[in-house]
Design a protein around this ligand. Structure first.
Ligand code: ADE
Length: 279
C-alpha cells in the first residue's frame, strides 16, 4: 500500500480522473489517491500500461479503472467524461498530468512538432477542463490540478513545451475566476528536476547533463515522483479549500538559484520522500 502522509479515507466516495496515470508522476498520484479511498480513473493514449497500473492499484487494495483517451482528439475527451459519468455518476477531481515534449533547439522545430506539443499539453488541458466543467463540475463543483514545468526563466531546448505550460498557467488563473461561482477550484504544479520514469524517455545521453543540473539545485538532489504527487493530493484536498489559481513549484528552489551564490554539495536536505517504499 502506498504510504501517503494524508489521512486514510480522505477521498472516500470520490472519483478522480488522472490523465497519464500509467507511469511516472501520474502513476504515483493514482496510487496515492487510491490509497486514500478515491476511485481513480486513469486515462492515456495507450492502454497497455494502464491495465498494469489498474492491477497494481487493485493489488494494493485500491479501486481504479482505465480509459483510452488521446488528448489530441476532442471527441475522445468528450466521450471520456460521458463514459466515466455513466459508470461512476460523478467526477470530483481531475489531474491533468498527461503531456509530452521532446528536446529540440527552437530553430529546428517544425510546425508539426510545435503543434503536437501545444495540442497535447495546452489544448488537451483546456478541453479536459472544459468537459469536466460542462459535464459535471459546473453543476456540482470540483477540483482540478494542471501540470506545468519549471519554466519561469524560459526553458532552453523545449520552447514548445514552455510556451504551452505558460499558457496552462494563465488558463488556470482565468478558469479559477470564471468558475469560482460553481465551486470549482483550479491550481497548477510546476515540477523541477524529478527522478521520474519519464526521464528515461530522453535517453542516457542526458545523464551527464542531469548530474550537472543537480549541482544547480539548492536542494542538491532530484525530486521524487511522490514529492510531486503529495503536492497534487494536497491541492485536491479540503486542506487547500481556499487556494485557487495558484502555481506551486516543486523544485528544491532551483528556479531561484543563480551562480553568484555557490552552494557546496551539502547532503543536508530532507531525505527523498517515496510513498512506494516503507519508511
Ligand atoms: N501523453 C502524451 N501524449 C498524449 C496524448 N496525446 N494523449 C494522452 N496522453 C498522452
Amino acid at each position: 500500500m502506498y504510504q501517503s502522509i494524508f489521512r486514510p479515507g480522505l477521498f472516500d466516495g470520490q472519483t478522480i480522473i488522472v490523465t497519464g496515470g500509467g507511469s511516472g508522476i501520474g502513476r504515483a498520484v493514482a496510487h496515492e489517491l487510491a490509497s486514500l479511498g478515491a476511485h481513480v480513473v486513469i486515462a492515456s493514449r495507450r492502454t497497455t500500461k494502464l491495465e498494469r497500473i489498474q492491477a497494481e492499484i487493485a493489488e494494493a487494495g485500491g479501486s481504479a479503472s482505465y480509459y483510452k483517451c488521446n488528448l489530441r482528439e476532442e471527441e475522445q475527451i468528450v466521450s471520456l467524461f460521458e463514459q466515466v459519468l455513466a459508470e461512476r455518476g460523478a467526477v470530483h477531481g481531475l489531474v491533468n498530468n498527461a503531456g509530452g515534449q521532446f528536446l529540440s533547439p527552437a530553430e529546428q522545430l517544425t510546425s508539426k512538432g510545435f503543434d503536437a506539443v501545444i495540442e497535447t499539453n495546452l489544448r488537451g488541458t483546456f478541453l479536459m477542463c472544459r468537459e469536466a466543467f460542462n459535464q459535471y463540475m459546473g453543476q456540482h463543483g470540483g477540483v482540478i490540478v494542471n501540470m506545468l514545468i519549471e519554466m519561469w526563466r524560459g526553458f532552453p531546448g523545449m520552447a514548445h513545451s514552455a510556451a504551452a505550460r505558460a499558457g496552462i498557467e494563465n488558463l488556470t488563473k482565468t478558469l479559477a475566476v470564471e468558475w469560482a461561482r460553481a465551486g470549482v477550484r483550479l491550481n497548477a504544479v510546476a515540477p523541477g528536476l524529478i527522478d521520474s520514469s519519464g526521464l528515461a524517455h530522453y535517453g542516457e545521453a542526458l545523464r551527464p547533463l542531469i548530474e550537472q543540473t543537480i549541482q544547480d539545485i539548492p536542494a542538491k538532489r532530484m525530486g521524487t515522483e511522490s514529492e510531486v504527487a503529495s503536492a497534487i493530493v494536497f491541492l485536491l484536498s479540503p486542506a487547500a479549500a481556499y487556494i485557487s489559481g495558484e502555481s506551486l513549484k516543486i523544485d528544491g528552489a532551483s528556479s531561484l538559484w543563480r551562480k553568484t551564490w555557490q552552494i557546496e554539495d551539502h547532503g543536508r536536505w530532507e531525505r527523498p520522500y517515496d510513498g512506494f517504499t516503507a519508511r
